[in-house]
Design a protein around this ligand. Structure first.
Ligand code: ATP
Length: 228
């Protein structure tokens, strides 16, 4: 079977205001791949992810994400693009005033789901997928950090994204919980969803194999292991 190309960057420049963060970025992401972005603090890992969901515009080079030309992207196209990308951050960003169920329902309703039974079924499915079906009625503050991150991953899965972008998803977790989260992301990847994860944790990269790209000296380079 021919591999499906989800992201293609050619000579892309990533800028934050007037600062060039990365230049000449060549990158391809295929369906079902697990990719790590590593590199020191401030080298551009988050910024590069942000270009993929149109949080930072691309001004130089050619970039396509899920068939969208990111240089020509119209404001009105952004919600449709983001619906096909699951986004997971380090700081969980659940709505604190409502339960797990309500957090998930809120996203489905905001993305056009109307039928109550369909919504309930989809919420149940993603909670099962992350092993949290018993916590549906909990408030976020009643959950541990690892559990909250599982709910965030469930939220990212709601609209069956083709790509998950996870920006330091283990940054606020203890090592063992972080391991469980990366293991969960790997199992999601095995169902065909591509995952890009930024991390400073080289143990995780060594333990859970994936393609490794490093941000260094304003370039994105493919490396064989975390020591290169
Ligand atoms: N909102 C912003 N406005 C201007 N410059 C920014 C902004 N956010 C980040 N930067 C700068 O862009 C560069 C890249 O930052 P970025 O957060 O992408 O790096 P990173 O590799 O993800 O770092 P970290 O590992 O700390 O998360 C840094 O020099 C940073 O200071």
């Amino acid at each position: 079977m021919e591999e499906k190309l989800l992201v293609q960057y050619n000579k892309v420049e990533v800028c934050r205001k007037e600062l060039i963060v990365l230049k000449e970025v060549d990158f391809k992401l295929y369906a079902g791949e697990f990719v790590y972005f590593i590199g020191r603090v401030g080298t551009g890992k988050s910024s590069l992810l942000k270009t993929m969901y149109a949080d930072i515009p691309i001004l130089e080079g050619e970039a396509s994400v899920l068939g969208y030309n990111m240089k020509m992207l119209k404001r009105k196209d952004i919600p449709m693009l983001r619906r096909q990308i699951g986004i997971v951050f380090q700081d969980f960003q659940l709505l604190t005033d409502r339960s797990v169920n309500e957090n998930l329902e809120f996203v489905l309703k905001a993305t056009g789901w109307k039928d109550k039974a369909d919504i309930a079924e989809r919420v149940e499915q993603v909670l099962v997928q992350v092993g949290m079906q018993k916590k549906a009625y909990k408030m976020p503050h009643e959950l541990s950090g690892g559990e909250q991150q599982r709910i965030v991953i469930a939220r990212a899965l709601l609209n069956s994204p083709q790509i998950i972008l996870a920006d330091e998803p283990t940054g606020n977790l203890d090592p063992q919980t972080g391991q469980q989260i990366v293991s969960l992301l790997h199992s999601i990847c095995q169902t065909g969803t591509a995952v890009i994860m930024t991390t400073h944790n080289h143990h995780l990269v060594d333990e859970f194999p994936g393609r490794i790209l490093k941000c260094e000296n304003k370039k994105l380079v493919e490396v064989n292991n975390t020591k290169d």
